[in-house]
Design a protein. Structure first.
Length: 375
């Protein structure tokens, strides 16, 4: 189930929208996944702006040059190369011009999550992207918090925040992100991350900022080992005191690291389609998810920047099920990994695990035989 084609720099790269992906013809397991209550731990705020949301934001700002028609956005989101993808991504960032835009984006992301039966998500937010464009930190925080409380009340989706440093913006961005997180951190903030490119952005330089965030009670969840080697994961563990690792794809290249992750049950936030899009993995059939799982690593499945890469969380579960050869019970256990690896309180974890178990039991009752729906 490949969504990204890369041949030469001049080949058009098409990231299909989720409704164009092969989920339109549900197998039994696909249907089970569509109804499965879920938690998601690695998904980005701006990266979750669907064509529907982008069209609405573009209508608010007609001078942006971004199409206002969702159909026209299909062509707009056709990328000539990865640099063009970044250019288009930043054009979406530039649509967030005031707190109302931020609030709209955040609430509508929760609406899209509710459609997928996501009950809880730790959404990675990059405050620096907005504050550096002139939105006051207080207004930004008020907007996401207002959307968060409304989403829980009206949609049943619990959102929590990971504030991340955009690594490519350097230490000034790290300082600003840390200041906002530790001095102004809203009620929904639970963790602190590091995103952006890994090449040329060493993890150890951010140690003082993570130390401050951890001292303020935030959990450490940096990206590492996606487009660089396992040494970056070690740096995240030793310098940044990572409790979870974003991606960690290259960990399989270091048996000692895999053993360490498995022994300590340090979760990996795995995003299969994203890994193909960024060429962290060349082909989906070569994805190391199975190797990670067989080594005893606690793996979770996530969507990263779903509309940008033509996927959603349901689709990532379908992919993971096929890579791992799972039946419905196995998929339910995989969903349980995300609950276990989350920073939900114990009562929240218990409730969501009960929902997952109830969905599996109901599924078995509607099937003949053992009802496993094996792939």
């Amino acid at each position: 189930m490949l969504f990204v084609r890369r041949d030469t720099p001049h080949t058009m790269i098409r990231f299909p929208f989720p409704q164009e992906a092969p989920l339109s013809e549900f197998s039994d397991l696909d249907a089970f996944i569509a109804g499965l209550p879920k938690a998601e731990l690695h998904v980005h705020h701006v990266g979750s702006a669907s064509p529907r949301i982008v069209a609405e934001l573009a209508a608010r700002h007609p001078d942006s040059g971004v199409p206002q028609d969702p159909a026209a956005l299909r062509d707009y989101f056709t990328f000539t190369d990865f640099a063009h993808f970044i250019e288009i991504y930043l054009s979406v960032v530039d649509l967030l011009r005031d707190a109302e835009d931020v609030r709209l984006l955040t609430y509508e992301i929760a609406r899209d999550m509710a459609r997928q039966q996501v009950r809880y998500a730790e959404l990675t937010v990059t405050p620096f992207s907005s504050t550096s464009r002139g939105i006051p930190a207080e207004a930004f925080l008020e907007a996401i918090e207002d959307a968060r409380t409304a989403a829980e009340r009206e949609l049943g989706v619990v959102l929590r925040w990971t504030f991340d440093i955009p690594g490519e913006a350097g230490l000034p961005a790290a300082e600003e992100t840390t200041r906002i997180a530790t001095e102004k951190g809203p009620d929904g903030l639970i963790s602190f991350g590091l995103g952006g490119p890994e090449i040329g952005v060493p993890r150890p330089q951010f140690k003082p900022y993570f130390d401050r965030a951890i001292a303020a009670g935030l959990r450490s969840v940096p990206h590492a080992g996606e487009t660089t080697g396992p040494g970056t994961v070690w740096d995240a563990l030793t310098s940044l005191r990572a409790e979870r690792i974003g991606h960690g794809t290259s960990a399989v290249k270091d048996p000692r690291l895999l053993e360490h992750l498995a022994e300590r049950q340090i979760p990996l936030e795995v995003c299969p389609t994203s890994n193909i899009a960024t060429r962290a993995v060349e082909k989906l059939e070569d994805h190391p998810l199975r190797e990670m799982s067989e080594a005893g690593v606690l793996v979770t499945v996530n969507s990263d920047d779903p509309p940008m890469f033509g996927t959603d969380l349901n689709n990532e579960y379908v992919i993971a099920a096929r890579l791992l050869g799972l039946d419905a019970a196995g998929v339910a256990a995989l969903a349980g990994n995300a609950v276990r690896a989350s920073f939900m309180d114990d009562s929240g974890k218990r409730r969501l695990n009960e929902e997952i178990d109830a969905h599996l039991a109901s599924w078995h009752r509607t099937r003949t035989g053992d009802g496993a729906g094996a792939v």
